[in-house]
Design a protein around this ligand. Structure first.
Ligand SMILES: *Cc1c(COP(=O)(O)O)cnc(C)c1O
Length: 394
């Protein structure tokens, strides 16, 4: 019997990282602001900004830190309302709380994207929008930007899981005022932990640089914006969310791998999606028109199944070594909005809840072979048939 592929192991870190890490260990130069210039973190910022076609980048300790600093850089007052999709990771509403703001949750459809009617209805009451491209699913950015721009409301993109995704020819993370990315191990570029924000706005990045912990005149070693830094010097708190050099040494040699990982991840995802869509009981929502995805996992909905059949489906798949998480059915899932009790009174969001109760999540790292991908597809399709106790209708 074929063994189920391991979807949790990471790709090895490129060999080039080893020499640089050794050099850093020899010199002990781990802090980004020690070397007079060209510290690995500063080089990463330049390279990432260039990769994305953005003017400025600021590397920090996590994407959560980037989201928090983005909201702070916008100068939102205490209690400001920030609209976020109700389908995202708990880190997103948490960043809003951390920034002393109030999260307003927006409904999400069965296709995992922001429901534009609910977005339009809730927009007038908010001070900022934080669009989380959850699992790399892109919402209608044209409609979101048109509504937000018309209302003069800034948009931050949580692109933690969207590195390499393109929306109508534009890179995700460059459409809003600020884009935030993650280098946590389950994202496309793996540094264990880490994050980065990009923007074309000198004022915003200068504020974020200072708040990230560029104390005294350390900002001289960030991208040169001296007048802006001098404006904000000593007027903003220092939250110390800097990235350290070892992380940058692990990330930099992975940047040239991004294009390949995106290409392979998309091909693998689409191969499995095609197989799952053959089943009456499984549905992979199509991307929006103009969206080129960069997936490292697949999401699909269970169709026409009772709760008991959903349980049977996940148990059968698990017995074949394929772990499926139904977002709303696993205990304490951090992506189910009703578990964000730290927000206080939670709204009822029937549409998002219905989606979460049937939406499945399976990791599909870019390194999987066709045979491994087909094993996963067959296990999922077979488990759905078993759960329904029937052969899929022709
Ligand atoms: C992983 C993730 C985050 C948090 O990133 P960290 O770097 O772990 O803070 C935020 N949003 C989304 C959509 C994510 O997938």
């Amino acid at each position: 019997m074929t063994v189920a592929p391991n979807v949790y192991d990471a790709e090895p870190i490129p060999e080039a990282a080893r020499a640089e890490i050794d050099r850093l260990l020899q010199s002990g130069d781990l802090f980004r602001y020690t070397a007079p210039e060209n510290a690995p973190v500063a080089l990463l910022e330049r390279e990432f900004a260039e990769l994305m076609g953005a003017k400025y980048a600021l590397a920090v300790s996590s994407c959560s830190a980037a989201l928090f600093l983005s909201l702070k850089a916008l100068g939102l007052p205490r209690g400001a309302k920030v609209l976020i999709p109700a389908f995202t990771f708990a880190a997103v509403p948490s960043a809003v709380v951390h920034a002393d703001c109030e999260a307003v949750l927006c409904e999400v459809g069965m296709n995992y994207r922001v429901d534009m009617d609910d977005f339009a209805a809730k927009l007038p009451g908010v001070d900022a929008v934080l669009i989380s491209h959850m699992r790399g699913h892109t919402s209608d950015m044209d409609a979101i930007m048109a509504l937000a721009d018309a209302a003069g409301i800034p948009v931050v993109e949580d692109a933690a899981h969207s590195l390499g995704t393109v929306w109508k020819g534009r890179k995700i993370g460059t459409i809003g005022k600020i884009g935030c990315f993650s280098f946590q191990s389950y994202k496309l570029v793996n540094a264990g932990e880490g994050g980065i924000l990009i923007t074309d706005d000198a004022e915003l990045v200068a504020r974020a640089v200072i708040m990230s912990g560029a104390y005294e005149h350390a900002w001289k070693k960030n991208m040169g914006l001296e007048a802006h830094y001098r404006t904000w010097q000593n007027r903003l708190p220092l939250y110390n969310m800097r990235m350290q050099n070892l992380s940058a040494a692990v990330i930099r040699p992975q940047l040239p791998e991004v294009a390949r990982r995106v290409r392979d991840g998309r091909a693998g995802h689409d191969r499995v999606a095609e197989a799952l869509n053959m089943s009456t009981w499984l549905e992979v929502p199509a991307p929006l028109e103009g969206e080129l995805r960069a997936p490292d996992s697949i999401q699909f909905n269970l169709m026409g199944m009772s709760d008991a059949e959903v349980d049977e489906f996940t148990a059968t798949a698990a017995a074949q070594g394929v772990k499926v998480q139904v977002f709303g059915m696993s205990e304490d899932n951090a992506r189910a909005f009703w578990n964000w009790q730290f927000l206080g009174d939670l709204p009822e969001l029937p549409q998002t809840r219905a989606m979460l109760m049937r939406a499945c999540d399976v990791r599909l790292p870019a390194r999987l072979t066709d045979a491994e991908l087909d094993y996963i597809s067959a296990a999922l399709v077979g488990a759905a048939q078993q759960a329904k106790g029937t052969i899929a209708a022709e």
